[in-house]
Design a protein around this ligand. Structure first.
Ligand SMILES: NC(=O)c1ccc[n+]([C@@H]2O[C@H](COP(=O)([O-])OP(=O)(O)OC[C@H]3O[C@@H](n4cnc5c(N)ncnc54)[C@H](O)[C@@H]3O)[C@@H](O)[C@H]2O)c1
Length: 202
């Protein structure tokens, strides 16, 4: 796959593992110079060394909490130095998950998740913008982290609320005198695919 990345410079966040590490490996295989940023300093440094050794491209690691403006600036400055003032690509993948219900999620956890998954996008884009503009044709790729988080919370709260409502409705409903027609598979008017699925799974 030719990505026309030879000689370009990219910053990739969250590159100590997972999607970002795989992206960094692919970019390096195309001859892209890289600055990898992650809060996991040990793993991140190992990944950068491995990529540089395997692909013979410049690959630097910067320990960075993406929710910190100071840390982000360090990573962006390292890339700008590497690209002689220009950055061709910014790939934001660093993120954390909330695997919990709304009731289990306290305000501190909520705010930390927003800082890491959302504010970080602003910080990296804001810091890198002058260098991306200097490069002319450049690109920003942001993972859809917040959407995943919000959908998860909506799913869990709706599921729980709807199953409680269904139980309450069933308890108060009188027994029908005549047999009811068989339930149809199609959705009632105005209901969404989400609500249908949630009712079905409650
Ligand atoms: N894997 C999937 O199928 C998938 C699908 C949709 C969304 N996502 C989201 O994409 C993101 C990356 O997924 P992944 O599978 O590569 O996860 P991963 O856990 O393997 O990688 C996330 C990386 O982000 C780093 N990180 C976390 N917080 C950080 C911070 N504050 N500053 C800097 N680095 C930080 C971690 O150290 C880790 O190296 C996750 O947030 C995940 O929720 C993943």
């Amino acid at each position: 796959m030719a990505l026309r990345l030879a000689g370009k410079t990219a910053v990739i966040t969250g590159a100590a593992s997972g999607i970002a590490k795989a992206t960094a490996t692919l970019f390096a295989s195309q001859g892209c110079r890289l600055v990898l940023a992650d809060r996991d300093a040990d793993r991140g440094a190992d990944v950068a060394k491995l990529i540089a050794a395997e692909h013979g491209t410049e690959c630097e690691f910067v320990a960075c909490d993406v929710s910190s403006a100071v840390d982000v600036q360090k990573a962006v400055s390292a890339a700008a130095d590497m690209g002689l003032g220009q950055i061709d690509a910014l790939v934001n993948v660093a993120g954390v998950d909330i695997i919990a219900t709304l009731a289990q999620t306290d305000e501190a956890r909520w705010r930390r998740t927003l800082d890491v998954n959302l504010t970080s996008i602003y910080l990296t884009c804001h810091a890198a913008l002058p260098h991306l503009q200097a490069a002319g044709r450049s690109a920003i790729v942001n993972g859809v982290l917040l959407l995943v988080l919000v959908l998860l919370l909506l799913l869990l709260t709706s599921s729980s609320t709807q199953s409680q409502a269904s139980r309450a409705a069933a308890a108060s409903r009188p027994t029908p005198r005549t047999p009811r027609p068989k339930a149809r598979a199609s959705r009632s008017r105005g209901s969404s695919p989400w609500s249908t699925r949630l009712r079905g799974s409650a």
